[in-house]
Each structure stands twice: as structure tokens, then as C-alpha cells.
Design a protein around this ligand. Structure first.
Ligand code: GLP
Length: 253
């Protein structure tokens, strides 16, 4: 927990009333986000009450409320009825276990969701053919989705699967891995490549974040137990919501 005084001091130090553009609540929103990004307010820390913020900063409660609401809408803060407003937890994802988005969110008590942007069948592009070890001209199923957790946008995901493993793409409903499992083709192993990127304007718009904000690009190729590639997925995760955790061990001697 952090004392309200520290939050107020950090907010005043940012001089948000005279810094930046747009309405005052936007500038307060940016200042609040800044003290969270800088780790002054950490995950699960409580925000001082609306009334205290308004009184101490000498601004109206409506301004405070609008700034807080915008951060709640962005998934940066959560409001708990009767308890107050807190910094939202980040989703932590272990790198070594092969799990699906649906499993990841469910184990964290969040409700996984998807907004479908594309389900289609076509011929593998040279890049897809290479990633999936297919001969040119093989048919693939393509799935483009906005992935959400408790309705908050988390990632934009584009999965490509050889059509023989998902003959009817319409069958994929909530989970791609569930659909593969139903066909006896659940991935057994995967290779994943991660790199930092900045959201381009289209992706940023879909995820509801400002253009140029930090993102994690993740490419996953997964394989059946016999080594056949089953999935080539490119994902763009929100950098402000997702942590990847890698466990490491010294080699046994
Ligand atoms: C994660 C992986 C994807 C995989 C997806 C399957 O998001 N990055 O490579 O396709 O999980 O999730 P689901 O079964 O929920 O569709």
C-alpha cells in the first residue's frame, strides 16, 4: 500500500494542470497513468478517494471522476464496489507451459472473449507455407481475432492452421485449441518468438490504445507430437497488460 500523500505529491510534481493538451481530466488521466507506469502506484494499490483527490488537488470531483473512469475503461484501474479504486493486475504468463489464451485467462479468474475479425480458407502464402512446412498451394484456415479478458482488449491474434486439421473453420467458436483438440490435433509443443514493437495505427485502433504505444509481438509455431506443424500464429499483445514470465534453472551437473 502507498500513502495517499505520496500519490498527491507525485501528481502535483507532474504539474498536470499546466502540462499537456486537452481537457483537464485528460491531463489528470495522463498524470495518473504516468505514476502507475513509473511504479509509484503499483498493482493492487488503492487510489485515494475521489473526494480527497479533488479537495487536495483543488479541482472538481467531476474532473477526477472522468479521469478515473477513462482509466477504468482502459483497464488500467479497477473499481471494486464498496472498496475503492485499485491499480488493475497485469496478466502474467509463464513462458514454458503450452497453453491457450482461453486457459490462460480462465486460470486467472478472468472471462476470455473474442471478437471475430476473419475466418477464412485460402491457399498458403509463401511465408505461411514455410512456417507450416506445407507445399505451395496447400489450403489453410485463417483466424483473426481481437482477444479480450473481462471485455478488456488484450491482443490482436492472427492464426493460420492447415485446413486438413480444421476442415470447417466455422466450427471454431471460443477456442482454437478446443477445436483442434476435438479433431485430435491439439498442439503438443511450440516454439515462440517475442519482440517489442509499437502499435501501428490500425492495430492500436482495434485494441483501443494510442497509436505508437508499447506492444509485444509474439509468433508461435506449434507442432503435433509427431512433429507436424499445426499452427502459425502472430499476436500483438498490449504491452501495458501482459507480462511474460520465464523460469530458469542452472543445469544439473
Ligand atoms: C495463445 C497463443 C496462440 C494460440 C491461442 C489459442 O493466444 N498465443 O498462438 O493460437 O493461444 O487460444 P484459444 O484456444 O483460446 O483460441
Amino acid at each position: 500500500m502507498i500513502a495517499s500523500d505520496d500519490v498527491l505529491k507525485s501528481l502535483r510534481a507532474r504539474d498536470f494542470e499546466n502540462t499537456g493538451h486537452g481537457p483537464l481530466y485528460r491531463r489528470l488521466q495522463t498524470a495518473l497513468k504516468g505514476i502507475i507506469d513509473d511504479g509509484i502506484l503499483k498493482v493492487e494499490d488503492a487510489l485515494p478517494s475521489e473526494r480527497d483527490l479533488a479537495t487536495e488537488l483543488g479541482i472538481s470531483r467531476v474532473t477526477v471522476r472522468n479521469a478515473v473512469r477513462a482509466l477504468v475503461d482502459d483497464g488500467v484501474l479497477v473499481q471494486r464496489h464498496g472498496a475503492g479504486t485499485f491499480v488493475a493486475p497485469r496478466v502474467e504468463q509463464a513462458l514454458s507451459r503450452l497453453t491457450s489464451f482461453t486457459e490462460d485467462m480462465t486460470t486467472r479468474g478472468m472471462n476470455p472473449g473474442a471478437v471475430w475479425l476473419e475466418k477464412s480458407v485460402g491457399y498458403a502464402t509463401p511465408e505461411e507455407a514455410m512456417a507450416l512446412n506445407l507445399s505451395p498451394g496447400t489450403e489453410v484456415a485463417r483466424f483473426r481475432r481481437l482477444r479480450t479478458a473481462n471485455d478488456k482488449p488484450m491482443a490482436l491474434e492472427f492464426a493460420v492452421v492447415p485446413k486438413q486439421f480444421i476442415p470447417t473453420p466455422e466450427d471454431v467458436d471460443k477456442s482454437l485449441y478446443d477445436a483442434l483438440a476435438k479433431n485430435g490435433k491439439k498442439p503438443d509443443r511450440a516454439l515462440q518468438r517475442l519482440r517489442a514493437e509499437l502499435f501501428d495505427s490500425d492495430t492500436a485502433r482495434i485494441l483501443g490504445v494510442p497509436e505508437g504505444s508499447a506492444a509485444l509481438y509474439i509468433e508461435r509455431r506449434s507442432f503435433l507430437a509427431n512433429g507436424t506443424p499445426v499452427e502459425f500464429t502472430r499476436s500483438h499483445y498490449r504491452g501495458d497488460s501482459y507480462d511474460f514470465i520465464a523460469e530458469m534453472q542452472v543445469d544439473a551437473r
